[in-house]
Design a protein around this ligand. Sequence first.
Ligand code: FAD
Length: 203
Amino acid sequence: GVVLYLGLRERYEHLLHHNFVFSQDPHQEFDQIYRRGEPADDPTCYLCAPGRTDPSVAPKGGEALYVLVHTPYLHDHHDWQAMFPKYREVILKKLAETANLTDLEDRIEFESALTPEDIDRRYHVWKGAIYGLASHGRFLGAFKSANRNRGIHGFYLAGGSAHPGPGMPMAMMSGWIAADSLDQDFACVGPQANVKVPIGLGS
Ligand SMILES: Cc1cc2nc3c(=O)[nH]c(=O)nc-3n(C[C@H](O)[C@H](O)[C@H](O)COP(=O)(O)OP(=O)(O)OC[C@H]3O[C@@H](n4cnc5c(N)ncnc54)[C@H](O)[C@@H]3O)c2cc1C
């Protein structure tokens, strides 16, 4: 994904906290992203104006905007340093025309951004994919990797690329299930014990 963080000197009164602007043709958009591995020419954008709920996020009269556009995970031919300036223009134009954010560019006081390259490097998220490993296709079916590894005893997986999936609530559940699995596999010797004896190894 590409994220724009925009600090505007003047707010847009018509925005809600959560806003979406959609592409005209979702089939074409999905084809560009998922089949061709290119950012969509006419992207769907999620636009958050958190000042509607918490006025302290922007100076009085100003606006803090978070813009998220889904793009493909990093492909070998992607160079976001070169691609970003042009794609930023695509996003700003889409917002100006479809979300009625006329003169958006003129209102920008502060600006920061994340590209798949940044997400990959900063957070070590594989190929900068917001939602981690895909859970479709011949091998994965609809499933993410299991939290308890069947091949290596005592090895557990948790996070957005493990079961049940990505997103904050799911990643937290993932940690919970992995911890629960560990708890089931390793019997605790007394409530205060520091030493845990793996089931099957102690008997
Ligand atoms: C731009 C963006 C927007 C998103 N929006 C939403 C949203 O609106 N709602 C939602 O529910 N989810 C959202 N997500 C998805 C959500 O953030 C992830 O699914 C979730 O954070 C995954 O949790 P995790 O614990 O697997 O990984 P992370 O949250 O990425 O945590 C992994 C941590 O490990 C650290 N790390 C990595 N490698 C090492 C290393 N070698 N040594 C030490 N530390 C290391 C990283 O720095 C990071 O802090 C978004 C993700 C992105 C990128």
